[in-house]
Design a protein around this ligand. Structure first.
Ligand code: ATP
Ligand code: ZN
Length: 213
């Protein structure tokens, strides 16, 4: 049984740079040459795995990776059996409802009986249910904002940071349903040794963050 910590980070995307920066700021050295999918750490009992973010919670649940850095949006949507051990404060974004610009909007109840395109059917479904709204959820993998203009759905629910993607597709942001930031998730089946490596890592992360504030 391996005692090192396998840490899964996004291979390339909005989480990648800050995830690697955090690991380096914790004093962990590794060589992430272009195209590498795994990199052993030189001075900490860890190995970094480079994966698609959506796959990370599943790998952590299965124990293939012991730790992972993902957006909370992905952690919640994938609903895997993992622990969220730390909120990392970067990659902040929100999951919002958008409707065609100029359409009136009073509350989420206005979406009753409508169709909504999203890549987040679970988070959206729960929000609708909590608000007793029955709407049809169209799950699509990406380019969600195009859905209303091609007649696929009447509204969208997608990740927003500045709102410019919504605007450029003729949509207005009317309601935020979830706020997200990067989180560290951990497997529930760590050995005692792995748990103590994790405690040490979390201690270093807290020190790095305290030094910044
Ligand atoms: P992958 O190819 O790994 O599946 P992706 O296209 O799903 O990548 P990204 O667009 O890189 O993912 O976003 C990764 C995460 O970064 C999102 O799940 C979210 O938590 C966060 N994020 C998304 N958009 C923004 C944004 N505009 N600003 C800040 N953080 C964001
Ligand atoms: Zn993804």
């Amino acid at each position: 049984m391996t005692e090192i910590l396998r840490i899964a980070v996004q291979k390339s995307g909005r989480l990648s740079d800050d995830s690697l920066k955090l690991i380096k700021e914790c004093g962990i050295r590794f060589d992430n040459g272009a195209g590498k999918l795994r990199a052993p750490a030189a001075n900490f009992p860890a190995e970094i795995l480079f994966l698609r973010d959506d796959d990370i919670p599943g790998y952590v649940e299965d124990g293939v990776a012991h730790l992972g850095i993902v957006g909370e949006n992905v952690a919640v949507e994938t609903a895997r059996d993992v622990d969220t051990v730390y909120r990392l404060g970067f990659s902040k974004c929100r999951l919002s409802i958008g409707i065609p610009r100029g359409e009136k909007y009073g509350s989420i109840k206005d979406l009753h009986g409508k169709s909504i395109a999203t890549s987040y059917p679970r988070i959206l479904g729960k929000y609708l249910q909590d608000n007793e709204v029955e709407a049809q959820i169209h799950e699509i993998g990406g380019s969600v904002e195009i859905a209303p203009s091609i007649g696929l759905a009447e509204a969208v629910c997608d990740i927003v940071s500045s709102g410019s993607t919504l605007l450029s597709n003729g949509l207005q942001e009317v309601e935020t349903i979830f706020r997200s930031e990067a989180v560290m998730i951990a497997s529930r089946n760590l050995s005692d040794t792995q748990q103590s490596h994790l405690d040490q890592l979390l201690f270093r992360i807290k020190s790095v963050q305290a030094a910044k504030n």
